[in-house]
Design a protein. Structure first.
Length: 215
């Protein structure tokens, strides 16, 4: 027993000494951020700038680490700021070609280091949602979007009665945090993942009565 203690003592001393110099709080956060930043570089469409968190991501990450919901007042402020950041269609047209929308929803490419500059991004929509009932390969992180427009009574997206649903759908795709501060849904338009025309087509996929989504 004495021999064991004799051999373990130096090891324990080293461990304790190491614990004494481990930073905590802001200093630890800074060191971690510096290490992460030094480990990445701009390549292809992947840019180091995406490591920088805005207020929404920073507050939601902190709440997640703490294991508690984000403060309600902070959440409302985040939602209000992101609602103001939504860019509505420049020509006033919300509904595009649902067939093009389906291609975008199916597309999973874009914004990776291996994507050449100028590549058209997909929406990755099926990674998280069921959309077309005929598609068997879809994720379940988000709710099913099958019959999205039909369940909301949108028989004519151009009608005044459908205006609120049409605008909400556009806004949700453009910047999901406008409606849920800590939403896991990508801010497709806000983050530059999809452009205005692509968002219009995805809205068409969800709301056009002729789309397989609403059959």
């Amino acid at each position: 027993m004495k021999k064991t203690i004799k051999y373990l003592a130096p090891v324990l001393a080293v461990v304790l000494a190491g614990c004494a110099v481990i930073p905590s709080g802001p200093e630890l956060d800074k060191r971690t951020a510096d290490i992460v930043k030094a480990s990445f570089r701009d390549q292809g469409q992947a840019k180091v700038g995406r490591l920088v968190q805005d207020d929404a991501n920073r507050e939601c990450s902190a709440a997640d680490v703490a294991g508690k919901p984000i403060d309600e007042k902070v959440a409302k402020a985040i939602e209000a700021a992101n609602l103001k950041a939504i860019k509505w269609p420049s020509d006033g047209k919300f509904i595009g070609d649902w067939k093009e929308g389906e291609k975008i929803a199916q597309g999973g490419q874009g914004m990776a280091w291996s994507n050449p500059a100028g590549s058209v991004n997909g929406g990755n929509c099926y990674n998280c949602h069921m959309i077309d009932k005929a598609e068997i390969n879809y994720g379940t992180l988000g709710p099913s979007l099958y019959n999205y427009g039909k369940l909301r009574g949108v028989s004519d997206p151009a009608s005044p009665a459908s205006k609120a649903i049409v605008e909400y759908t556009w806004g949700k795709i453009w910047n999901a945090k406008a409606y849920n501060a800590c939403s896991n849904m990508p801010r497709s338009g806000h983050a530059g993942i999809l452009n205005e025309t692509q968002v219009r087509h995805v809205v068409g996929l969800l709301l056009d009565p002729k789309s397989p989504v609403n059959q």
